[in-house]
Design a protein. Sequence first.
Length: 579
Amino acid sequence: MKSVVEALLAQTIEILKQQDVLAEDVIPRINIQNTKDKSHGDFACNIAMMLAKPAKMNPRELAEKIVSTLPADPRITDTQIAGPGFINFFVNDSWLEQQVSTTLADSRLGVQATEPQTIVVDYSSPNLAKEMHVGHLRSSIIGDAVVRALEFQGHKVIRQNHVGDWGTQFGMLLAYMEEQQNNGEALDLADLEGFYRASKQRFDESEVFANRARELVVALQSGDEYCNKLWLEFNSISLEHCLELYQRLGVSLTAQDVRGESAYNDDLQTIVNKLTQAKLLTESQGALCVFLDEFKNKDGDILPIIVQKAGGGFLYATSDLAAIRYRTQQLQAQRILYFVDQRQALHFNQIFALAHKAGFVSDATSLEHLGFGTMNGEDGKPFKTRSGGTVKLVDLLNEAEERAMTLVRSKNPDMAAAEIEEIGKAVGIAAVKYADLSKDRARDYIFNFDQMLSFEGNTAPYLLYAYTRVASIFEKAGLSMNSIQGEVKLVSEKEKELASKLMQFPEVLARVTQRGQPHTLCSYVYEVAGIFSSFYEHCPILSADTEEQKQSRLRLAALAGKTIKQGLNLLGINTLERM
């Protein structure tokens, strides 16, 4: 509904520009808020106070001019001016009632299919040389939530898991695999982290081993069949570890979505050649670099983009440019989203600028680095084990599930063990995901099991329980949320408040996909749950005064339940029927 008010105000501003009330160069930021006191309207806007000074008018006088110029719209019954110049909008109850019924019958909950774009999303991207750790959580689940939202809007989304599966570290790993096999030892990759540490130790302590590792890197990059076989074997096992974690997390990435660094190996020299042809490369201390004037350090020196090292090796910049080229030319991407740590912002800004300058991507294609902050421990530093080591993602999930099962058992001592385990696992994973997704992705946050497993506040357990409350109403009534008939009649303020909030779902989803910010969807679902709880307390449903009122409130409750469920599903969280 906010979008309706925004559109009306935008039209009004254009009319006032034509009437010379406002200058042509005025581009206001229309800020519309829901009002808490519905007697003052459903929405309030301070646009008159924002524009009063450039218009050289009193704010209230300008507000009166705006209200008198507003185009008529059947969805808005009244507008009023309050205080120094706030404009309050009142929504037509009849229209709102009809929208609830229409949305309830729509499997997309009012989300209109947008003009589809081909959107490539680069997320998760673990290093196959090691096990996934907590640092991979944010990219995996934030990227996946945005992917789900984009697909729900009707876009063609191409997932790209740009795994680290190439480079000098693999020579070391292959040498250790070879050594184990030559010694007749069984290859054990169950503990990838341990395998990596053991190979690194051998590399550091044995010059013979280190030389062999370097030989294998060269052979691998040259396409040696023996090395390629070892490499494929290692990557296959490592990737299987990742896929198991994706399944546990409810992340929709599959083996078919993997396109790692190695996929661009044959194109790296082409990138260098094309940059040479474009006269963008400069030799610096034996390395081939690009110097772009817009990227300078605090001393005013231009920061180089190193494309090829002095020894002939390539870097992340080279493979990232090759990936952009592939995604725009082969996949025909109109928009490319990168969910990568915020600390890589400079790297991506440089790569995006160079890709445009080199002609690898057209101006019509949007390249977006949607960076995220770090997950920190109670000390405010990056989350570590007690010994200071990196926390494996699998260990984090195991602990979350165990804690959640203990919690479920304490609340349901008579529940069967199998059901406790099933619910506990679902709640544990949901708690970890939601605690992350509910935070602004650009900010760091403190990881705290007690907070994320709480049944109070903006947490997964609270929202999962909120959905079970809705489901229990229909279970008691012996009805399905899809079978409720009758008209919706919004009489009380609690009914109108809930209906108005439910109509905002498409607008919230648009903000998620435009800005890559799932926390806005989390906040919305939490607000829906809270407003529904208030509605439930003040508006009897099954014991309503009349059958018509009962059916109306059941329909409103059904839409609330569906909205909570759909919102959580788009976040990659499955709802439960019982907790």
